[in-house]
Design a protein around this ligand. Structure first.
Ligand code: NAD
Length: 355
């Protein structure tokens, strides 16, 4: 029997609640696919800061490094907002990304079942849309040097630098092509090559990499046009690969086509170990009340099976169970007429029942 080690780091707020439900689902799906799991749970974020004085304790980092995959809930909360930036809960995320070499962030935007009514767009525009945004995660303008605010000619000047090396572009482009290969073999590379030299290089390198993937059809789009097209006709997209900042913005835009933050999973990959987490935060406003929607985290477990364990059918089983459950049951964030409102724990139980 295959044995896989999973580091479970629930974090803060609703992270604790949604992870508990996702772990139950993970165990059941693993058992259904002849896989044995060894779980190690460790604190991260504000919870870890309270216990150890740091949001990413060494023991947590080691557990993640020793694992085959990591499941993260969410970090942050009002309680820790006044802490120094260096020990804020959110710092743990940056630490984990760089320590685990997670340079690619995969964010699917897909509508499950009749949740289509939760979208703010017209049904005919979004129905059937299924987009994967592959965002570069450890380079570009969020990390480039020089950066900062300085005085020039007697006034403050803010500086950030957009910088991408050929090798950084090549590795994320490969993730883009390989992701597209597993989907409908269509890749859109988003840049601003008409204005930014760094993304002119981006386009050149993506074209070079495309020679190794003749089965994937590639097109290029400027980011401003891509934003318009995403809202005008989202079904033209399958896989999008783009820079850190453009991906940050476009993935939120694409995700909102689906209407609810409680439904959005994500995967961060690139190194040996993948990290899986819901897109939402710790939601302090509903934490501890059994109101959170655990489906984003449960769907993140699905991505873990596909991307870390190469078990696409396990992800499909989870997605199918989620669609079946949504037919009758909803958490408060996605509630609509004719459905039964349930809490976080019962939503987890319902998904389990259908696996
Ligand atoms: P949030 O995503 O936590 O919440 C935004 C809104 O969506 C809230 O009204 C919340 O109740 C609702 N919501 C979020 N997830 C939900 C779910 N699963 N079910 C039902 N409703 C849900 O964003 P925020 O309020 O801006 O941030 C709260 C804290 O989370 C902050 O400390 C922030 O820094 C942190 N945060 C962490 C992450 C992460 O861990 N990756 C991501 C975003 C924000």
């Amino acid at each position: 029997m295959t044995v896989k080690k999973i580091a479970v780091i629930p974090g803060d707020g609703i992270g604790l609640e949604v992870t508990k439900e996702a772990v139950k689902v993970m165990k059941k799906v693993a058992a259904n696919h002849g896989m044995q799991l060894e779980l190690e749970e460790q604190p991260v974020g504000g919870t870890a800061y309270d216990l150890t004085g740091t949001p990413l304790p060494e023991a947590t980092l080691q557990a993640c490094k020793n694992a085959d995959a990591v499941l993260l809930g969410a970090v942050g909360g009002t309680k820790w907002e006044s802490l120094d930036f260096s020990v804020r809960p959110e710092r743990a995320l940056l630490g984990l990304r760089s320590e685990l070499g997670l340079y690619a962030n995969l964010r699917p935007a897909q509508i499950y079942g009749d949740l289509i009514d939760a979208s703010t767009l017209k049904k005919e525009i979004v129905e059937g849309a299924n987009i994967m945004v592959v965002r570069e995660l450890t380079g570009g303008i969020y990390f480039g040097q020089p950066r900062g605010v300085e005085i020039r000619n007697g006034e403050r000047v803010g500086i950030n630098t957009l910088v991408y090396s050929e090798s950084e572009i090549r590795r994320i482009a490969k993730v883009g092509f390989e992701t597209a290969q597993k989907r409908s073999k269509k890749l859109t590379s988003v840049d601003k090559a008409n204005v930014l030299e760094a993304t002119e290089l981006w386009r050149d390198v993506v074209i070079e990499v495309s020679k190794d993937y003749p089965d994937v059809s590639l097109n290029h789009m400027y980011v401003d046009n891509a934003t318009m097209q995403l809202i005008r006709a989202p079904k033209q997209f399958d896989t999008i690969v783009t820079t850190n900042m453009f991906g940050d913005i476009l993935s939120d835009g694409a995700a909102m086509l689906t209407g609810s933050i409680g439904m959005l999973p994500s995967a961060s990959i690139g190194g040996k170990i993948g990290l899986y987490e819901p897109v939402h935060g710790s939601a302090p406003d509903i934490a501890g009340k059994d109101l959170a929607n655990p489906l984003a985290t449960i769907l993140s477990v699905g991505m873990m099976f596909r991307y870390s364990f190469d078990l696409a059918e396990a992800e499909e089983a989870i997605q199918k169970a989620v669609i079946t459950v949504l037919d009758q049951y909803r958490t408060g964030d996605i509630m609509s007429d004719g459905k039964k409102q349930i809490g976080c724990v019962e939503m987890g139980e319902q998904v389990l029942k259908h696996l």
